[in-house]
Ligand binder design. Structure first.
Ligand code: NAD
Ligand code: FE2
Length: 385
């Protein structure tokens, strides 16, 4: 076993309906908070689901501002505008309420509004300087696990994604309330849920930082996600399935925050960056093809995960590993999301550019169980076409 470290958020509340008590939950831990900034996007704001949480904060004497200009795969300019907004308002606590995009922006506001550090010097691992503002995260998709990870992803330039990875990005409180996710459309539920499953699978085979705690979390995450994903898509108002999805995604987030993701994410990023395909769907499109490529180097681990995701797979580790791949493909098909790159507008002529971009994700590729060359990456995209 490798020597390892494990970090996560200090306080987690998993209770359907708990966001209605957001004010109390915040005041308990941060009695001095007076001016909260809720960070979200127009889509979630439009659901009207912020009304209850805002009222509960106001009841505690907290002034609430809402920043709803987050967009998917947030560009750097959006982050910088949000940070300036928080500085102007003299925000003293940041609440991310939304999907991964909103929570990632909330993290960066919390660290960058508290100091004069320029964002350019924060990219990479461990480069954030100083303390941050208090930070509470409330996911409204069951996907990224960003509420419990120490990473924020920013779209820099036209298409490239960069990460800020630092201990300050762990929130003070994460709140998992399925009532906020009941209206998430089926295709978004599917794509974000598969993203969470990919976090668990890639954490379990992470090359350098695989560790027993992440393993435990990844397995439990996969059990909860695989048992509830189709239900959550087909019966969006199934609160038990929705809460299980949120907890599963959160466990997977804790797993990969300490045993990082790898080639599935590395190959997914260019698809999102160049073609604006949502993060979860980008992952899902390349997933079976990356797993098949990895099988020769990860069969035992995939076989262990197959036993959790699908019943009745027997035989060699390779055969059971193939069972995991087939089960993941079946989940994508049942939910009706796109399964081929061609369905999202990608053609043969795009594969070289995708492969070139994927090779820039060295941080992620280094975690993959099998070394990925540029030719491999291109072949994987070709298989996914
Ligand atoms: N920090 C991390 O650990 C981490 C991990 C994986 C991905 N990410 C990043 O997270 C982002 C993706 O996040 P995401 O997949 O959660 O999507 P998202 O935050 O971009 O949201 C997707 C869409 O769902 C809508 N939505 C969200 N909640 C809703 C609800 N309850 N009801 C109705 N609509 C709702 C939003 O308005 C948006 O249109 C990407 O930028 C990705 O790079 C971060
Ligand atoms: Fe992801």
């Amino acid at each position: 076993m490798n020597a390892f470290q494990f970090s996560t958020v200090p306080h987690l509340i998993a209770e359907a309906g708990s966001a209605a008590r957001l004010g109390e939950l915040v005041a308990e831990r941060f009695p001095a908070a007076r001016r909260a900034l809720i960070v979200t996007d127009a889509g979630f704001l439009g659901t009207g689901l912020l009304t209850g949480p805002i009222a509960s904060l106001q009841q505690q004497g907290i002034t609430v501002d809402v920043y709803a200009d987050v967009v998917a795969d947030p560009p750097e300019a959006v982050v910088l505008a949000a940070v300036q907004h928080a500085k102007d308002l003299k925000t003293d606590i940041v609440l991310g309420i939304g999907g991964g995009s909103s929570m990632d922006v909330a993290k960066l506001i919390a660290v960058l509004a508290a100091t004069d550090q320029p964002i350019a010097s924060a990219y990479g691992i461990g480069n954030v300087k100083g303390a941050r503002l208090p930070l509470v995260q409330v996911p409204t998709t069951a996907g990224t696990g960003s509420e419990v990870t120490n990473i924020a992803i920013v779209t820099t330039g036209e298409t490239t994604k960069m990460g800020v990875v630092a201990p300050q990005l762990y929130a003070d409180i994460a709140i998992l309330d399925a009532t906020l996710t009941l209206g998430l459309p089926p295709l978004v539920t599917a794509a974000t849920g598969i993203d969470a499953m990919v976090h668990a699978i890639e954490a379990y085979t992470s090359r350098h930082k695989k560790n027993p705690i992440s393993d435990l979390l990844a397995k439990q995450a996969l059990a909860m996600l695989s048992q509830n994903l189709v239900n959550a898509c087909q019966q969006g108002d199934d609160i038990a399935a929705r809460q299980a999805m949120l907890v599963g995604a959160c466990l997977a987030g804790q797993a990969f925050s300490n045993a990082p993701v790898a080639a599935v994410h590395a190959l997914a990023y260019p698809i999102g960056g160049i073609f604006h395909v949502p993060h979860g769907l980008s992952n899902s499109l390349v997933l079976p093809h990356v797993l098949r490529f990895n099988l020769s180097h990860a069969a035992d681990h995939y076989a262990e995960l197959a036993d959790i995701v699908v019943t009745g797979v027997t035989g060699s580790a390779e055969a059971r590993g193939m069972g995991l791949i087939a089960a993941m493909q079946q989940i994508a098909e049942v939910t009706g999301i796109a399964t081929r790159l061609a369905q999202v507008g990608i053609a043969e002529r795009d594969l070289d550019r995708l492969a070139d971009d994927a090779m820039k994700q060295t941080r992620l590729l280094g975690n993959n169980p099998r070394e990925v060359t540029r030719e491999h990456a291109r072949a994987i995209y070709a298989a996914a076409l």
